[in-house]
Design a protein around this ligand. Structure first.
Ligand code: EPU
Length: 632
């Protein structure tokens, strides 16, 4: 800011600063024609001792870089030497107690700040979205108003220092304020990565508790609904030395995700991790903090908690900004998806699919989308086609094994709205793809229609039941289907009668590339008592032969020669396990999740079973569950 103000003030300065500042073009510049050289220095390695400036502008002095210094006194010693070596004015921040104590009594000291005794004083500060305005007084005399187009009170403060220095160098006030109005922030200093009415994503280099507080305060002043922050601690030594201070630095953030320490060439310190700061924040009674030790997962955790109106901040001097950049890129797509599904639809980033599968395993969906209308679904299909985004449809997730790396692209969950409609007309029941098969069974009962009772035991939706030609009690979905309505790969809708459809045991090829919208099932008039009896029979069979634990239903298709469950049983594999995935004791064709099983546990167990069946019985088991997604 100083180099820019001096340049605009006509002094042709050279400069050397520690950040990329687009308005200066390069971070170092030699200007033959100028008298001044603007150099940015800090206490980090003690080299301030080597500076012999004409003027010094001192912003603040506090405990920092305690990897290099034993204590604050040692830091102050270096600053004192710098001040001694300054031949002209020492301009100092009077609001910072350490700086004021050190500089106040020096000859040629000129103070700036908000305090009444400041030589250059700022008052009437008004913070706006991305800027501010304030009045400037010099020793009681009003110089006028200044405007900044960078956010936050800390920038007002810094600008007062620049005004003091530039004024001491005789640059007229109106020239100084004209330059300040034009000043743009440095890269990684409140850098906006994405902005829309719904979301604002900002990256900042802040890594010291004081900087974090200032950045969060600026962010809060922007007035978005919530402040969601991802933070990567920088250096083990700083994390250890300042952990208490970090504990209270995040008060202005509603949600905080902390990842592990960026070492910056330091060796680890035993017991010091991102968790150290999380513990301090929790001790400080902040309830919205979480630890994510894997840096590459931070964007997912933050992305999944997003709500319209959020301002997301990435903070840290390491590489946390890459996580915000991934989030920003995905948010661009998510916002387009949201525009397609409209207000009533739902779009979420990185939705954990373990929440949407009955086995309760699986990584996240990059884009989780719930359209509510057939038209929105059709538009999603066309959008994914145009953007070359993979599209996968998930119903109740009861026959699905999602790998731990999740599913890339768009995962559509047709649910609510058109997809939950169910209507009875004569002997026919038409149900949307999102309707549960169980609900079809009970709607049929209410209409005194029989033949659909077996559906009560299938933990799936109409869409999933069609896709798989699901079955139970010796019946299969398509035995009851009269016609289906679906969208093709271009988003066009079609209706096809049962006799036009090719269907196999647990396989319906048409829906491998097309998307079910609804199905019409046909029942037969039946006595209520008879329907109830068949429902009870189905329930009883399920209760006595299938596990109640979390599972994906039958894992293997039944080979022609023997039911898979019987085979697994005969091979003595019931109750065998990998991690928390276990073959059910109740039924050999079920794998149950005993707790935090992972998809790779389940897959390993499947492979174990297959290889024993192959070796001992020469039977090649084929999985019935659909296995999808990326390995972790
Ligand atoms: N059996 C054993 N030990 C076991 C499991 C089964 O000896 O651990 C024997 C049973 O005693 C029976 C035979 O194997 O004699 C077949 O078992 P079951 O009657 O339980 O039927 P299934 O063929 O294993 C099929 C469907 C199930 C459906 C049931 C009930 C397949 C692959 N499975 O199971 O569907 O619920 O019938 O009608 O077609 C699913 O698709 O996800 C599913 C669970």
């Amino acid at each position: 800011m100083t180099a820019h103000a001096l340049r605009e003030g006509g002094l042709h300065p050279s400069h050397y600063v520690g950040a990329e500042i687009p308005i200066l073009r390069t971070n170092a510049y030699w200007n033959q024609g100028g008298e001044y050289f603007v150099a940015e220095g800090d206490e980090s390695d003690g080299t301030l001792r080597c500076f012999h400036p004409e003027h010094a502008l001192i912003l603040n002095i506090e405990e920092e870089h305690l990897d290099f210094y034993p204590d604050l006194a040692a830091i102050e010693k270096v600053f004192a030497q710098l001040i001694d070596q300054t031949s002209g004015s020492v301009l100092y921040n009077v609001d910072d107690p350490n700086t004021a104590r050190l500089c106040g009594k020096r000859k040629h000291a000129v103070s700036y700040g908000f305090s009444e005794q400041a030589d250059y004083r700022g008052t009437d500060v008004e913070l706006r979205n991305f800027g501010s305005s304030f009045l400037v007084f010099r020793r009681g005399e009003k110089l006028g108003q200044a405007t900044l187009n960078v956010p936050g009170e800390h920038n007002v403060h810094n600008a007062l220092g620049v005004i003091a220095l530039a004024s001491e160098l005789s640059i007229p006030f109106d020239k100084i304020t004209a330059s300040l109005r034009k000043f743009e922030h440095a890269r990684r200093r409140f850098e906006i990565k994405y902005a829309s009415d719904r979301f604002l994503l900002v990256d900042d280099y802040a890594h010291h508790p004081t900087e974090i507080r200032a950045t969060l305060r600026s962010a809060k002043s922007i007035g978005r609904r919530r402040l969601v922050t991802m933070f990567q601690p920088h250096r083990y030594s700083r994390t250890k030395a300042l952990c208490r201070d970090f504990g209270s630095a995040f008060d202005d953030a509603d949600r905080v995700v902390i990842t592990d320490v960026y070492p910056a060439s330091e060796p680890p310190i035993p017991g010091i991790t991102g968790q150290t700061i999380v513990d301090e924040i929790v001790r400080h009674s902040h309830h919205g903090v979480a630890y994510q030790p894997q840096l590459q997962s931070v964007h997912r955790d933050v992305g999944n908690m997003l709500e319209a109106g959020d301002l997301v901040l990435s903070l840290g001097a390491g590489n946390i900004h890459e996580q915000l950049e991934i989030l920003a890129a995905d948010l661009v797509v998510a916002e387009k998806l949201k525009a397609i599904v409209g207000e009533e639809g739902e779009v979420r980033l990185y939705e954990p699919l373990s929440n949407h599968t009955t086995l309760r395993v699986g990584g996240p969906a990059q884009f989780w989308v719930e359209p509510r209308t057939e038209q929105a679904f059709a538009e999603l299909i066309r959008f994914c086609d145009d953007e070359h985004l993979p599209l996968f449809v998930i119903g109740r997730g009861s026959n699905l094994l999602v790998r731990d790396g999740g599913i890339r692209g768009v995962v559509v969950h047709p649910h609510g709205g058109d997809f939950d409609k169910i209507e009875v007309a004569g002997y026919e029941i038409t149900a949307g793809a999102g309707v549960k098969l169980r609900q079809v069974a009970y709607t049929a009962r209410a209409a005194n229609l029989g033949g659909l009772e077996w559906m009560e035991g299938i933990p799936g939706t109409v869409g999933g039941g069609l896709r798989m030609n699901a079955g139970a009690m010796g019946a299969q979905t398509f035995e009851n289907v009269t016609r289906i309505r679906y969208l093709d790969a271009e988003g066009n809708s079609h209706v096809k009668n049962r006799d036009e459809l090719e269907v196999f045991y647990r396989r319906f090829p048409l829906l491998e590339k097309n998307f079910a919208i609804s199905a019409t099932f046909c029942g037969q008039p039946a006595e209520r008592a008879q329907i109830d009896m068949r429902l009870r029979e189905s329930q009883e069979k399920r209760r006595t032969t299938q596990p109640a634990a979390k599972s994906a239903g039958c894992i293997f298709k039944n080979p022609a020669t023997i039911p898979a469950g019987k085979l697994v049983d005969e091979l003595g594999l019931k109750n065998s396990r990998v991690g928390n995935a276990r073959v059910s004791r109740v039924h050999g064709n079920f794998i149950v999740n005993d707790g935090d099983a992972t998809a790779s546990d389940v897959l390993e167990l499947i492979d174990d079973i297959k290889s024993v069946a192959r070796k001992k019985r020469g039977i090649e088991l084929e999985t019935e569950v659909e296995i999808v997604g990326e390995p972790e």
